[in-house]
Design a protein around this ligand. Structure first.
Ligand code: ATP
Ligand code: MG
Length: 337
């Protein structure tokens, strides 16, 4: 028997379409590791409940799952090589989550910075137990397929740290069942949104989506925040921390042009509109092949469901196997039902 390939688990909450932040934070790493690793990509619909438990949001999940899966295919995730599955289709997730809840303390979770931020962004008055447990549920996701690598954005690094602690604790108490997974942070660990204020994120209305058409991208880029101190094009501008230049660096392969624009911007010799015009061209060049592939996949109506059903079945087999290892290691009492 050949050595089994090591595994990746990562994924996204079906709260909307994927955006440029997902691409540089996590998708690019997923694409480059598809052959080297056996990849499990989770569409984390249960995690959506942590901040959006109301029915109006639940009813949007189906459509979001579809859009997100089309985005995966459009960027080049290959369902023949990688497993794409729906979190709620794996009942063992709830089971392992409960066991893991015993292995981490409340104060430890209260120190995870992103959770408070998520509660604020979602305008929650107080912290739900489930949101505090977000990283615990994530640990169940990561460890069910016994993944060793987790490609995520910077905001998720602290969550993977909780997974590592839970895995160590479990192994110490019951025996070596789980690997201790590493986070793999993308080239741009946290891409700022078009508002220039916070990380690009579906909940903040500051995204450029992978599926946006050219007219939408134009509107978003032209409305982008730049250097607020620069009221005229002949005033020297700030390049550092300026989202327009951050996007140029991340998506414009013409390095010479980027350097030239930066220099002229600093000297007050180029207007915002010209810089944005070049960015628009670079973004469209990056997005065009993604748009084309998306349109192609959309022509097969059953594609999303077929892929999800096959992937969820495949993941389910892994989950069942892991749970039997878990119960055996723990020596859990079982009724002979
Ligand atoms: P939500 O607003 O619902 O939280 P989101 O846009 O923040 O959505 P998530 O589903 O939370 O997206 O994140 C999925 C993955 O993409 C995570 O690994 C996260 O770290 C990464 N990611 C999301 N936004 C960015 C970003 N702006 N820069 C880098 N990585 C990101
Ligand atoms: Mg998020």
């Amino acid at each position: 028997m050949g050595a089994a390939r090591k595994r990746i688990l990562t994924g996204d909450r079906p709260t909307g379409r994927l955006h440029l932040g997902h691409y540089v934070g996590s998708l690019r790493n997923r694409l480059s590791l598809q052959d080297e690793y056996e990849c499990f990509f989770i569409i984390a619909d249960l995690h959506t409940l942590t901040t959006r438990p109301d029915k109006s949001h639940i009813s949007a999940v189906g459509e979001n799952v579809r859009e997100m899966l089309l985005d995966y295919l459009a960027v080049g995730i290959d369902p023949d090589r990688s497993v794409i599955f729906l979190q709620s289709g794996i009942p063992e997730t709830y089971e392992l989550n409960l066991i893991f809840e015993m292995l981490v303390s409340v104060p430890r979770l209260e120190r995870v910075p992103s959770l408070k931020e998520m509660a604020t962004t979602a305008s929650l008055e107080s912290m739900p137990l489930g949101l505090l447990g977000y990283p615990v549920l994530q640990a169940a996701d990561i460890l069910l397929p016994r993944a060793t690598l987790v490609p995520v954005g910077k905001d998720n690094e602290a969550h993977v740290e909780v997974t590592r602690e839970i895995a160590r604790r479990f192994n110490r108490l019951y025996g070596e069942v789980f690997p201790i997974p590493d986070a793999l942070i993308g080239d741009v660990p946290s891409l700022v949104g078009t508002d220039g204020k916070a990380q690009m994120s579906k909940s903040r209305n500051n995204t450029i989506d992978l599926a946006d058409d050219p007219a939408t991208v134009r509107t978003k880029v032209m409305g982008m925040f730049t250097d607020p101190a620069r009221v005229h094009a002949d005033i020297p501008g700030r390049v550092e921390g300026n989202p327009v230049f951050i996007y140029h660096e991340a998506f414009n392969p013409n390095l010479e042009q980027v350097e030239d624009l930066k220099q002229r911007y600093r000297e007050g010799k180029v207007g915002d509109v010209e810089v944005k015009q070049h960015l628009l061209e670079a973004l469209n060049e990056f997005l065009d092949p993604i748009r084309d592939r998306r349109a192609k996949f959309m022509r097969t109506p059953s594609i999303v469901e077929d892929i999800l059903i096959a992937g969820t079945k495949r993941m389910r087999d892994e989950a069942i196997e892991t749970m039997s290892l878990v119960r055996e290691a723990m020596g859990m009492y079982r009724l002979p039902l």
